[in-house]
Design a protein around this ligand. Structure first.
Ligand code: BGC
Length: 748
């Protein structure tokens, strides 16, 4: 755990440079606008530890799979949203000495992410090897109002000298992914163009071995403005051209005590949204418009967009600044990662803040993110997330076919960009099939929240039937148990693999089958024509399929220990040596300290598993059942998945264990800020941030929705004076305010 970020209500502040944590800070200070995103790297050269990252939404490359032992059914590639042209770069040399924070003396330093208006600001004073002292102030943002544009205002002030600066702003397409499987670079240059003080660089993803994989073209543009003593100046620009690189070099006189301001206006246009043959022309027009608006106007527009977002979705916590900062940090990053306007896009577990998980889609979206977007955005945003999976249905059917399933059974991928499976560890790819349950559950969640039953008939039911067909084929009848069993699976707890009868997976399979049958009845009754068409298209054999599904619903095996009153995570769970996390004497996380073998045999649980099921389907279980299971599993849970503590917060609140809930809340809300799991270097846990939001709204706020009816049952953690949040449901926006006296719900 780290503790170097200053607590503040609206800002994430690094006061004094911490080079040893620079890669973490770069993750924390990432910026984005749904269309593109980037890590909080420095503009000028930095030779210290850093992970350079600029990403363009929807632009990916099929990185050829690398595994030690190939298994039939493995995918050929892992689709990755790849590191793209670095558009923030500005190299600076002062009187012949290169400005590099790793080599010069740092006299003062402050880096600050302002979440209120989505800007990243850095102010530092530096002493160079020639004794020159200089102040650098940089500010940048990825515009929400113009979502293909990013702007930088970079100021140099000599403090004890007058001299010359050589400044080289550039666009660098010669970038790579640190996690590239075969050390391959993914981009090739299409062309570059210089026109006055404008430059354009067009890069294209390399042709891959797979015909069906699209190639993407990204055109980045830049244009510069300079000011001295508040007056615009027009220094001579010399183009600097290298392979995959275009820059300008400027010589600027520096006046003691005066700022020289360098403004860099940039754009990044992708062939996903623009015709590639006209991309440069389009970029020119786009950049021209941005450039003429100027930094202040653009910042004003951007700030307004953020004001709207906060007005709608802020959560205010009084009396606990760490908790306040934590929740805003989570909401901020969620909002700048996914805006929901484009059904082709989704939410990668790290968003645009790092390379891990490749920026692609996991079950996280349905299980964690959907509730956030349901309550905080127009319902079309959540609908788009569902449509994304509907669009991938055929591929999910093909994926199941590869594994030997038939008759339209669908297994959605564990990890995907275009609907194809990308994951390549058998115990997850083939076994972590519970993701199908989350995708089915999300359809229910959406309809329950919005009342949009038409969705069920038009799209949802088709997905449900395909998933149900999968479950019906994936179980088998056990003569020994006289029950349907599901063998060789991995539940949400990835710290045990290849287990039999993971309770959560079996439960979600049972639930899906039941919900699908109910949905068929509903669509038959309300949309008979559609049912006729759909059942014909799917070749649905009601007699055979429905009977079998009913039998499975009745007879599926759900392991439990009646004496303890707990459901068993899997058949063999009680054979393990049961210990509590507190008994671990070594340093944690165990996934970084223990052998995998030791982890697999231990009872320690990575993330909510049985408790995840009790959270999803809470109406099925009594409070006593919840309590018994919570008391059994919570002490064994190490929460080494970011997706875990939020579920425990919600359940602890339900049980009235507010202290425990608070402990879990802080863990989820400040997971990245305090680097609890020692992995923020890889990027932020964007999808679990939605879980943090749920921890407040569904946990402390006790919000539940039942067929479009919303209810609250709030509690106030000790130490908080008050908190408030807003949720939208139907056409209403409600504000919930909770304080020591009680709570009120205001219809806005
Ligand atoms: C979790 C998975 C999750 C993935 C991406 C893993 O560590 O165990 O449940 O889908 O991270 O967030």
């Amino acid at each position: 755990m780290k503790n170097y970020i200053t607590h503040d209500e609206w800002c994430i502040i690094e006061d004094g440079f911490h080079p040893e944590h620079n890669v973490i800070t770069e993750s924390l200070m990432s910026l984005g606008n749904g269309r593109m995103g980037q890590r909080g790297n420095f503009e000028e050269k930095y030779s210290g530890k850093s992970l350079q990252g600029n990403y363009v939404a929807g632009v990916w490359f099929p990185d050829k799979t690398r595994v030690g032992w190939w298994k039939n059914g493995y995918p050929n590639y892992f689709a990755k949203v790849i590191n793209a042209t670095n558009w923030i770069g500005i190299d600076v040399e002062i009187d012949g000495v290169e400005l590099d924070l790793a080599t010069c003396e740092i006299l003062s330093f402050r880096r600050e992410l302002n979440m209120k208006n989505g800007t990243l600001r850095r102010i530092c004073t530096l002493r160079l090897s020639n004794g020159h002292e200089v102040e650098i102030v940089s500010e940048r943002f990825c515009s929400l109002a113009h979502d293909e544009a990013g702007m930088i205002n970079y100021a140099i002030k000599p403090l004890n000298f007058a001299g010359k600066a050589k400044v080289t702003p550039y666009l660098d397409g010669d970038v790579s992914n640190r996690d590239s499987n075969h050390g391959e670079k993914f981009w090739e240059e299409v062309g570059k163009e210089v026109k006055g003080s404008e430059a354009y660089l067009t890069m294209k993803t390399k042709k891959s071995a797979w015909e069906n994989v699209p190639q993407f073209t990204v055109t980045s543009g830049m244009r510069m403005k300079f000011y001295q003593k508040t007056k615009e100046i027009d220094p001579v620009s010399l183009p600097v051209k290298k392979e995959k690189y275009i820059g300008f070099s400027y010589e600027l006189p520096l006046i003691t005590g005066e700022q020289t301001i360098i403004q860099k206006y940039t754009c990044n246009l992708s062939s996903d949204n623009h015709a590639p043959e006209k991309q440069v022309e389009t970029a020119k027009k786009y950049l021209n418009e941005i450039y003429h608006l100027g930094f202040e106007v653009l910042l004003g527009e951007h700030t307004k967009e953020w004001e709207k977002k906060w007005e709608r979705n802020d959560i205010e916590i009084k009396g606990d600044i760490a908790a306040q900062q934590g929740i805003r940090f989570n909401i901020f990053h969620l909002q700048q990662t996914y805006t929901g306007e484009d059904a082709r896009l989704n939410i990668g577990p790290k968003g645009f803040t790092g390379e891990k998980y490749g920026g692609v889609t996991y079950w996280d979206t349905e299980a964690y993110c959907l509730p956030f977007y349901l309550a905080t955005a127009d319902s079309k945003v959540a609908r788009n997330l569902l449509i994304y999976r509907h669009n991938h249905l055929q591929k999910a059917i093909e994926n199941a076919e590869i594994l030997g399933f038939s008759n339209g059974a669908a297994l959605y991928p564990m990890v995907t960009m275009n609907g194809e499976e990308c994951h390549n560890e058998w115990e997850i790819t083939f076994e972590e099939i519970h993701r199908n349950g989350a995708i089915a559950y999300a359809i229910h969640d959406y309809i329950n929240y919005t009342g949009d039953k038409k969705y069920l008939s038009e799209y949802g039911l088709e997905v449900l039937i395909a998933i149900s067909r999968f479950w019906a084929q994936r179980v088998n009848w056990s003569e020994a148990k006289c029950k349907y069993v599901m063998l060789g699976v991995t539940g949400p707890n990835e710290y045990e693999n290849n287990v039999n009868n993971n309770w959560y997976t079996n439960l979600m399979a049972q639930w899906t089958l039941k919900y699908t049958l109910e949905s068929i009845e509903y669509v038959k009754a309300e949309f008979p024509e559609r049912w006729k068409e759909l059942s014909a298209k799917l070749n649905f054999n009601a007699d055979l399929e429905e009977d079998k599904w009913e039998h499975i619903i009745e007879e599926i095996y759900l392991p439990e220990d009646k004496e303890r009153g707990v459901f068993l995570q899997q058949d063999g769970f009680l054979d393990k040596e049961l210990m509590e996390v507190d008994e671990i004497t070594e340093h944690r996380p165990i996934n970084q300290k223990w052998s995998w073998d030791r982890i697999l045999r231990s009872c320690f649980i990575k993330q909510a598993d049985v408790l995840q099921g009790m959270y999803f389907l809470e109406e099925k279980f009594s409070l006593e059942q919840l309590e018994a299971n919570f008391d059994f599993y919570e002490p064994m849970t190490v929460h080494e998945s970011s997706l875990s503590p939020c579920v425990h917060t919600i359940l602890a609140c339900k049980l009235g264990r507010i202290e425990k809930a608070y402990e879990m809340y802080v863990r989820t809300a400040r997971l990245d800020l305090d680097d609890y799991n020692n992995d923020t270097e890889d990027g932020l846990h964007i999808t679990s941030m939605a879980g943090t939001w749920m921890a407040v709204v569904k946990g402390f706020g006790g919000m539940r929705v039942n067929k479009g009816e919303i209810s609250f049952d709030p509690v106030l953690p000790e130490g908080w004076e008050s908190y408030s949040f807003r949720v939208g449901i139907g056409s209403e926006l409600k504000e919930v305010k909770v304080n020591k006296e009680g709570f009120e719900v205001v219809n806005l």
